[in-house]
Design a protein around this ligand. Structure first.
Ligand code: SF4
Length: 466
C-alpha cells in the first residue's frame, strides 16, 4: 500500500496498565477520516459506551494530525485533540497551531489515543516511533511552560516538541487547555482537564520522519507560490477595505510596541505571534489580530498581556477565562457574591491576575468559577443563571469566524481556522495541496463529505449521550 500523507498506524496508550498497542488502518479509512478531528471523532464513538464520563478512565484523549496537517505549507501547522468535554459533555474537537503538529506528524503514528489513568503523574515520550512512559511526579505542580522546560532539559528535547497541562489541567478546571512548550494552546472545551484527570502531565516527541508526500516538488511549488504573491492580500484580508486597514494598523502598532516571534513554521499568514515587552524576555503569550484589536484599545495592555501569559502558564483557555472573569465581576456587581473577597476587589482591574491564579488552583472563590460560568451559576443560584447565559450568548471572539462559503471543510481536514479569512485559501488550494501530499484526486463533493462527516460525528455523539 502506498502511504502518502500518513503512516498507516495509530498508537493506543493504556495508562492504567502501562501498555501500548499499534493498530493498522487501511487506505479507505484515511480517505474517509482524512482530518485530525475526523480521526479522533471516529475513536471516541467507536471505543466508548453511552454515558462515558469525561473524567472516567474510559474517556479517550486523542491527539491526531490528519493526512495534510504537519507538512510545510501554509495553514498546515496544526494538530487536533479530541475527547469528551467535561463542561458540556459534548465531543470536544480542539485544534492548535505552532510547531508541535510537525513533530506529531513525524512521530510514526497518525493518531495517539490515551485511555485509562496513570497511577501517578506520568509523561509519554515517543522517540523515533518507540513510546515509553517517563516519571512526571517531579514536574507535577509546575506550569505547562515550566514543565516543558524541565522535560526539555532532562531529556534533551526541543520544548516545542512537548505539550503539557498546567495547574489548571491538574485541578480539572473545566476550561483547561493543553499547552505547547512555545505557548500555543489547544484551548477549547476543557481538553486539558481530561489530560490532567489521566495523570498525564506531558506528551513529548523526538525524531522520526514525516510520511512521504506524493509529489514533494509540487508541494514546495504550491507553498512558495502561495507564500509569495498571496501574502500581502492574505495577511489582512477582511470583509471591507476599512476593516482591513484597521486590522493592519492595529497589528503593526502592537508589533512595534512589543517584541514578537511568529508562531508557525512554513506559514506566511503570521497571524499568531508570541509576544513580550521590549525590555523583558518573550512572555508565553500569543496574539492574533482579533486579540490585537482588544489589546490596542485596552487602557492597560500590559495587564492584558500578563493575563494571557498567566492563562498559558496555568493552561487555561484565555477566552473562557475572560468569560469566567466577566461573570465573576457581574455577580459581584449584582451582589450575588462578595465584592471584597480574599484580599482583592471584584471588578477592580488589578484583581484579574490573582483571580486567574485562584481559578487555576481551584482555591477559595476561584474553585467556584473553575467550573465555568454555567457551572458556577448553578452553584450561586438565583439571577446568576441568567447572567451566565447572557455572557455566554454574547460570547468571546473565537479563533477565526469560519467563512460562509467554506465548502472545503477547513476544520474537518485540520487546516488552520485562522486562515479562513484568506481569499487565497480556497478549494483550489486545498485540492492541490491534498493531491501533492496524498496523490488523491478530489472534488468539492469530497470536501462536503468530510465537512458533513465531522458534523455528523458530533451530532451522533450528542444523540447517543442525550
Ligand atoms: S494561519 Fe496563522 S495560526 Fe494558522 S498556521 Fe498559519 S500562522 Fe499559524
Amino acid at each position: 500500500m502506498n502511504k502518502f500523507g500518513y503512516h498507516g498506524q495509530v498508537l493506543h496508550v493504556d495508562l492504567t496498565n502501562r501498555a501500548f498497542k499499534a493498530e493498522s488502518m487501511g487506505a479507505e479509512w484515511y480517505r474517509a477520516y482524512a482530518g485530525g478531528a475526523l480521526m479522533g471523532g471516529y475513536f471516541l464513538l467507536r471505543d466508548t459506551k453511552k454515558g462515558v464520563d469525561a473524567f472516567s478512565q474510559e474517556n479517550p484523549l486523542v491527539f491526531a494530525s490528519g493526512v495534510i496537517a504537519g507538512y510545510d505549507a501554509p495553514a498546515l501547522a496544526q494538530f487536533s485533540v479530541i475527547t469528551r468535554s467535561p463542561a458540556l459533555g459534548e465531543m470536544a474537537m480542539a485544534q492548535c497551531e505552532g510547531e508541535f503538529g510537525r513533530f506529531l506528524k513525524a512521530s510514526g503514528y497518525d493518531a495517539v489515543v490515551f485511555r485509562g489513568k496513570a497511577e501517578k503523574p506520568t509523561g509519554l515520550l515517543i522517540e523515533d516511533g518507540v513510546p515509553r512512559f517517563v516519571e512526571a511526579g517531579w514536574v507535577w505542580g509546575n506550569s505547562a511552560l515550566e514543565s516543558a522546560n524541565l522535560f526539555a532539559r532532562a531529556y534533551g528535547l526541543r520544548r516545542e516538541a512537548i505539550v503539557s497541562v498546567g495547574q489548571a489541567g491538574e485541578n480539572r478546571v473545566y476550561f483547561a487547555g493543553i499547552v505547547s512548550g512555545a505557548g500555543n494552546q489547544a484551548s477549547r472545551m476543557g481538553v486539558g482537564a481530561v489530560m490532567g484527570s489521566k495523570n498525564l502531565k506531558s506528551f513529548m516527541l523526538r525524531g522520526g520522519s514525516r510520511p512521504k508526500a506524493y509529489d514533494p516538488e509540487k508541494l514546495i511549488g504550491i507553498s512558495a507560490a502561495f507564500s509569495g504573491a498571496a501574502l500581502e492580500r492574505a495577511l489582512y484580508a477582511s470583509p471591507s477595505t476599512s476593516q482591513a486597514s484597521d486590522s493592519r494598523s492595529i497589528m503593526e502598532r502592537i508589533l512595534d510596541q512589543y517584541r514578537s516571534e511568529c508562531a508557525c513554521p512554513s506559514c506566511p499568514f503570521g497571524c499568531v505571534h508570541h509576544i513580550g515587552s521590549k525590555e523583558a524576555p518573550l512572555a508565553a503569550t500569543s496574539v492574533n489580530r482579533w486579540r490585537a484589536k482588544s489589546l490596542a484599545r485596552d487602557p492597560n495592555p500590559d495587564i492584558w498581556l500578563q493575563a494571557n501569559a498567566l492563562c498559558n502558564s496555568y493552561g487555561l483557555d484565555p477566552a473562557d477565562t475572560r468569560q469566567a472573569l466577566r461573570f465573576a465581576f457581574e455577580c459581584a456587581e449584582a451582589r450575588l457574591v462578595e465584592a471584597d473577597v480574599e484580599g482583592f476587589t471584584m471588578g477592580d482591574y488589578a484583581s484579574v491576575l490573582p483571580l486567574i491564579t485562584l481559578i487555576a488552583e481551584r482555591r477559595g472563590i476561584g474553585g467556584v468559577f473553575a467550573d465555568g460560568a454555567l457551572g458556577a451559576a448553578e452553584y450561586i443560584g438565583g439571577e446568576a443563571v441568567s447572567i451566565a447565559k447572557r455572557i455566554i450568548n454574547r460570547g468571546e471572539p473565537q479563533a477565526a469566524a469560519v467563512r460562509e462559503d467554506t465548502a472545503f471543510a477547513l476544520d474537518a481536514l485540520s487546516l488552520c481556522p485562522y486562515a479562513s479569512y484568506s481569499r487565497d485559501l480556497g478549494p483550489e488550494y486545498v485540492r492541490e495541496i491534498l493531491f501533492a501530499i496524498t496523490g488523491w484526486e478530489t472534488t468539492v463533493d469530497d470536501f462536503n463529505r468530510w465537512r458533513m462527516r465531522r458534523e455528523r460525528l458530533r451530532a451522533l455523539f450528542a444523540l447517543r449521550e442525550n
